[in-house]
Write a protein that binds this ligand. Structure first.
Ligand code: FE2
Length: 251
């Protein structure tokens, strides 16, 4: 879900070499300070088909379809950075939404449909602690992506997404000691998860290194489990915060 680095390619290289099914979407930091788009092009070359912006990836094992939203979003409604424009050309809000929705509509109906975005959609709340709420400056406003919100509406005419995963807006709030709400569900049954536990690497009270992962499980194409998990360096599950799923909750 992006913001791997501030343009450094080393982590991208390591992720691209992982021997697992991958779906990656780059964040606003990944283009570095380069407005020409050259760093972004290098990131995209390394990731190849693993980068799923405005596209779709699918596997039979795991049985999953992942649709990518707009690359390198910085949230705040809709704005295309100079780097993204240099690489992808000018793309309007409506065109971006249409690309996301078209990719989703091409996904097989028997596979769970996950949308992967750097910033989540608008419409999830305007409080500092909302999943995409602006917390670093007053007044707090909805900082979500409008093209993604429109895309999710368009997709729902055929089939709503099962899960939308995004980051960008850190769990730890800037102007208080609180934490951001990391799960919302809407009337369509779509679950929205902000997975931006920052930093991802930490140390527990006993000095053990821990890594955060956001975890989702599907059974027969139905989302059955969501959690934030912290694993040790030898892949043992040390701590789990279950995100309770409900059948239908308005947002
Ligand atoms: Fe970001």
């Amino acid at each position: 879900m992006g913001d791997l680095s501030d343009g450094d390619l080393r982590l991208t290289r390591r992720i691209a070499s992982l021997p697992y099914p991958l779906a990656v979407i780059l964040g606003n930091h990944d283009r570095g300070r380069d407005r020409s788009g050259e760093i972004l092009r290098q990131q995209l070359t390394l990731l190849g088909d693993n980068h799923c912006a405005w596209g779709q990836r699918q596997w039979s094992s795991p049985a999953l379809s992942v649709v990518g939203a707009r690359p390198c979003s910085a949230g705040g409604g809709y704005q295309l950075s100079k780097a993204v424009e240099a690489v992808y050309g000018p793309v309007t809000l409506q065109e971006s939404a249409r690309r996301i929705a078209d990719a989703a509509n091409a996904a097989p109906s028997n596979l769970p449909l996950v949308v992967l975005a750097h910033c989540g959609p608008s419409g999830l709340g305007s409080d500092p602690a909302s999943p995409c709420g602006r917390d670093w400056k007053t007044p707090a406003i909805d900082w979500g992506d409008q093209d993604l919100a429109l895309a999710l509406d368009l997709m729902a005419r055929q089939r709503p997404a099962d899960l939308v995963v995004f980051g960008h807006m850190h769990h730890k709030l800037k102007r208080s000691s609180g934490l951001r709400q990391s799960l919302l569900q809407d009337r369509r049954g779509t679950a929205y998860v902000n997975a931006a536990c920052v930093p991802r690497l930490g140390v527990d009270q006993s000095g053990r290194s821990l890594m955060h992962l956001s975890w989702a499980e599907f059974v027969d194409a139905r989302l059955t489990h969501l959690s934030h998990r912290w694993y040790s360096s030898d892949a043992a599950l040390i701590h789990e915060e279950v995100l309770p799923l409900q059948n239908s909750v308005a947002c």
